[in-house]
Design a protein around this ligand. Structure first.
Ligand SMILES: NC(=O)c1ccc[n+]([C@@H]2O[C@H](COP(=O)([O-])OP(=O)(O)OC[C@H]3O[C@@H](n4cnc5c(N)ncnc54)[C@H](OP(=O)(O)O)[C@@H]3O)[C@@H](O)[C@H]2O)c1
Length: 320
């Protein structure tokens, strides 16, 4: 059996997810059925999802060992440079799909197998490093702003917990879409960097100069009340994560009196990823990258993500 290097979960640790991370040899992928292809990964990126997996959230013990990672850019067997769309049809999952590393082995490896339909061409002008940030965090932010948040009808956007991968994406994309953007972060250094992206940075909970039309929520319990208070009449509060708690108190009087829409969303469609790739390539928008780490130091990359000190995406260079 041929093997390859990979970063994977062999067990779960709810308190210390880093302790559940293994790096070593795993079998090379076999194609589950016709129409699947193997991609040689050049670059991937980490997501908070990888830490949830190591904690045992969203990943069943019967699926272990599981190679982590949702994002990948690489070369297909014909030598084409491709971006991997990470959702795969999964009839056994109530959502109808699962993201790579939940049921099907993930991207933090030399090779990943996916359906051919999941391969999108890497557009000219986008590097593998940049494009590796887009399929999960940036796609999620893009759908939150456009399809769900209806940003075309919005003048202002608030992004909570703005240092994270999804949140920095939302700030950069909302600025590129021409919106007035406010963003909260607990960290003064991150607030300075948010300002450099073109947003007005605020401490968590601070009063905004105006009520906003769209709120981008990935933090959850720690910020949700502030999101409600900051929303203009008819605003959309779009939720794709709950890093700091998934059971916030919700002031329903504010929800109905201000006619707020609270919208859940996950990831995006292949069409939305194609649109995002084109938007970034054509408009010169580039992902906010915290650091590029060689695969040989992937454990350090996980430790950095876990520390919460990141500003933007951590990219893994599989060629190093
Ligand atoms: N549904 C989907 O399709 C989807 C896709 C991608 C991500 N997600 C989810 O979205 C969330 C963010 O993902 P990510 O990859 O962007 O994570 P990340 O890069 O680890 O960022 C998390 C950010 O949340 C903020 N935060 C954490 N704890 C906080 C607290 N107690 N109070 C206030 N802010 C806090 C931090 O911002 P500051 O340090 O700036 O305050 C941090 O940078 C995760 O829960 C993830 O599972 C969902």
């Amino acid at each position: 059996m041929r093997t390859m290097r990979a970063a994977y979960a062999t067990r779960f640790d709810a308190d210390n997810p880093l302790a559940a991370l293994a790096v070593g040899e795993r079998p090379e992928p076999t194609h589950p059925e016709d129409g699947w292809m193997t991609v040689r990964v050049r670059a991937s990126s980490l997501n908070h999802h990888d830490l949830w997996s190591l904690r045992g959230v969203g990943l069943g013990a019967d699926r272990l060992p599981m190679i982590l990672g949702c994002d990948a850019v690489g070369t297909d067997p014909d030598g084409n440079e491709v971006v991997v769309y990470p959702l795969v049809a999964d009839p056994g999952d109530p959502r109808g799909t699962s993201i790579l590393s939940e049921h099907f082995q993930g991207t933090l490896a030399e090779l990943v197998a996916v359906p051919r339909a999941n391969l999108l061409p890497l557009p000219d002008g986008l590097s593998a490093t940049d494009a590796a940030c887009l399929p999960t965090a940036w796609l999620t932010a893009w759908r939150m702003l456009t399809t769900k948040g209806r940003a075309e009808d919005a003048e202002s956007v608030l992004v909570q917990g703005a240092g994270g991968g999804v949140a920095t994406a939302a700030v950069a994309l909302a600025v590129a879409l021409g919106k007035r953007v406010y963003a909260t972060s607990r960290d003064p250094g991150k607030r300075e960097r948010i300002t450099e992206l073109g947003a007005t940075a605020l401490e968590p909970g601070a009063r905004l100069p105006e009520r906003v039309d769209v709120v981008i929520e990935t933090v959850g319990a720690a910020t949700f009340d502030h999101s409600l208070k900051s929303a203009a009449p008819m605003a959309r509060i779009v939720v794709s994560g709950a890093t700091a708690g998934h059971e916030p108190k919700v002031n329903l009087r504010r929800v109905f009196a201000m006619q707020l829409e609270i919208l859940g969303t996950s990831m995006g469609t292949p069409g939305e990823l194609t649109a995002l790739l084109a938007f970034c390539a054509e408009r010169g928008v580039r992902p906010v990258i915290d650091s590029v780490v060689p695969f040989g130091r992937v454990e350090e990359a996980f430790a950095r993500l876990h520390s919460g000190e990141v500003f933007g995406k951590i990219v893994i260079d599989h060629t190093a």
